[in-house]
Design a protein around this ligand. Structure first.
Ligand code: SF4
Length: 178
């Protein structure tokens, strides 16, 4: 309980105040998400994206090893022709700080699924072995075959498809905790 209060204080201090605690059993993992990574996503092949991630079955098994998770929603008005990369990098750094904080509270399994595909470097190496920042690169929920829309709706948060450009986008991170 104390760790939950401490984590929530830390989230608020990082200005990550839009979050929900969920049971990882409520994270929906689906094959169609992997297919959409493989066909139609321009990030396919980046260092933390398929095919550099576990199989859908392995992802599903991975979530079963956790008893708690935080779904964190980030909102940003963005232009798809001028993606706010600096904002995204700042958010990633905050989320990595949060993962580290929770780890140091005595949760060695703490693991972050980041709010975007890894964009820590300007030129991604495109595989795990030659990744230029192995310590900080994390996959997105989608790269782990998470049906983000259904999962977010299951936990009572709103999420919408961006219909206009520029428009407000919802970016979703998930922190897994034991
Ligand atoms: S840290 Fe750099 S090389 Fe590694 S996955 Fe991220 S962008 Fe690619």
């Amino acid at each position: 309980m104390n760790n939950i209060i401490d984590t929530e204080k830390y989230l608020n201090a990082l200005d990550l105040s839009d979050f929900k605690w969920i049971n990882p059993k409520d994270i929906v993992v689906s094959q169609w998400v992997r297919v959409k990574c493989e066909f139609g996503c321009s990030d396919y092949g980046l260092g933390t994206c398929p095919p550099n991630t576990p199989s859908v079955k392995e992802c599903s098994d991975f979530f079963k090893e956790y008893s708690r998770a935080l779904v964190i929603r980030l909102n940003k008005v963005a232009d798809r022709n001028n993606y706010p990369s600096n904002w995204s990098r700042d958010m990633t750094n905050k989320l990595l700080k949060l993962e580290r904080h929770v780890f140091l509270q005595g949760h060695p399994k703490a693991f972050l699924l980041n709010q975007t595909c890894c964009c820590l470097c300007k030129d991604c190496s495109g595989d795990r072995l030659s990744c230029k920042d192995k310590k900080n690169s994390r996959p997105s929920p989608e790269a782990f075959a998470v049906d983000v829309y259904q999962t977010v709706k299951n936990c009572g948060l709103e999420i919408t498809v961006v219909k206009e450009n520029p428009g407000e986008m919802n970016r979703i991170a998930i922190l897994l905790i034991e």
